[in-house]
Write a protein of this length. Structure first.
Lengths: 86, 333
């Protein structure tokens, strides 16, 4: 169990660095989602399932959706339709 | 006397400033406008070197090297600040007590009270729910009110701009659709209208929306029995609403959940929350026996006020988060 925890914590640090280093904003948001998901697993391992559910729903769900919305608004999603309608 | 004093002060002032006696009809020339920094052309470095004073030489040097020096200083200071803050935070983390140790300051009589008496005092099996919706229900009420206020402010701001735009830009918009039609053939339904012909999105939404909705309802309703509660369940419900809006279009969601329903449901939920919790606080503070039964721990109808309060918070959170998405996406709800 301890090895899994260390692995997840290492993954968290790598994710946190990758979010800030990544040049593509879409990649950043997706990495941020995975960060929240791993954080939720860590909350479960730390025996706080309440926080885990909230983290999974808000951190990985709603926040990322709002980020995607912001990216679409500033035209960074790279969707073909968005460029057509400019 | 007064006149005399003023004359003496004036002559003293002139003597201090190094002026001679002032003529009666003196015309003071307007001051030249000050030079903007870094806009003057730097003088030749060596032309007046032998006679330049130290200050002039310093100013010349600053004009030539100032910008470079500033950027170097800026970078150095920012790196220094980062290092200082990071080391301070790391030092603080190193000072923290070990995780989960029994003699930590967090393990005091408060937590013992919650763990030992939380069950029969709140009637909730999930102590966290009993904590945030019974012992500390006032905080949760404030959080819900803040969320609701934020959503209403966004609604007012974006709604006002949308109405103005609709009045002023009705004609150009129609013209643009017509031009698109002429240029590209069939109309592509402006960029604010979602595509409805995405088969993958449709199938996934058909499969997953009922599951997500049920999951959200379970998390909200079982808030006092199992992990979760109003906030997380409401967030799950709002993701289901957002997915439905993306897959089937906003109009389909607006048929049953629009601005009016949101305002009515959220204000009703807040009112119910405030009134019921006010009653509970009033009876608790005055040692009056409350008529709300606690129920048997573990039953679905237990925990006193926690189940209705969870429903209220879930309703507010779901409406607010979906409202944020709809407002920022469409400017409409």
């Amino acid at each position: 169990m301890l090895a899994v925890e260390w692995l997840l914590l290492l993954f968290l640090i790598v994710c946190a660095l990758a979010v800030s280093i990544s040049k593509n904003l879409l990649n950043s948001v997706i990495i941020f989602m995975s960060y929240s998901l791993v954080m939720a697993v860590i909350w479960v391992l730390l025996r706080s399932p309440d926080l885990a559910i909230t983290e999974a729903a808000v951190g990985a769900g709603v926040t990322s959706v709002l980020f995607f919305l912001a990216l679409r608004k500033i035209g960074q999603l790279g969707h073909k339709d968005d460029e057509d309608n400019k | 006397m007064n006149e005399e004093l003023r004359r003496i002060w004036k002559s003293f002032f002139d003597w201090v400033m190094g002026n001679g006696p002032r003529p009666e009809n003196e015309v003071i020339p307007p001051e030249p406008p000050p030079d903007l920094p870094f806009t003057r052309k730097p003088k030749d470095k060596y032309s007046r070197f032998h006679e330049a004073t130290l200050k002039e030489r310093y100013n010349q040097w600053l004009e030539i090297h100032g910008l470079h020096l500033f950027s170097v200083l800026y970078a150095g200071l920012s790196v220094l600040t980062c290092i200082v803050i990071v080391s301070l935070l790391l030092a603080t983390v190193a000072e923290l007590p070990p995780f989960g140790h029994e003699r930590n300051p967090a393990n005091n009589e408060v937590i013992r009270r919650y763990v030992e008496h939380g069950g029969h005092e709140t009637g909730a099996q999930n102590i966290v729910a009993g904590l945030i919706l019974d012992y500390r229900a006032f905080d949760t009420f404030g959080e819900s009110a803040v969320l609701f206020t934020a959503a209403v402010s966004v609604l007012m701001l974006l709604g006002a701009s949308r109405r103005n735009r609709a009045e002023s830009e009705l004609q150009p918009h129609t013209y643009e659709i017509g031009r698109n039609f002429l240029q590209r053939g069939p109309p592509s339904l402006g960029h604010h209208v979602f595509r409805r012909d995405d088969t993958i999105l449709h199938s996934v939404a058909n499969l997953s929306i009922p599951v997500i909705l049920m999951m959200g309802c379970v998390v909200v309703i079982n808030g006092h029995l199992s992990p979760g509660g109003g906030f997380s369940g409401g967030a799950i419900l709002s993701t289901a609403l957002i997915l439905a809006a993306n897959a089937y279009g906003f109009e389909r969601v607006h048929e049953f959940f629009n601005e009016r329903t949101f305002i009515i449901s959220s204000s009703t939920a807040l009112m119910i929350y405030a009134l019921s919790k006010g009653y509970s606080f009033f009876t608790g503070a005055n040692h009056i026996h409350s008529i709300i039964p606690k129920g048997t721990i573990g039953n679905i109808l237990s925990g006193g006020l926690i189940l209705p309060l969870n429903l209220c918070v879930g309703l507010i959170v779901a409406g607010t988060l979906y409202g944020f998405y709809a407002l920022f996406s469409e400017g409409d709800m």
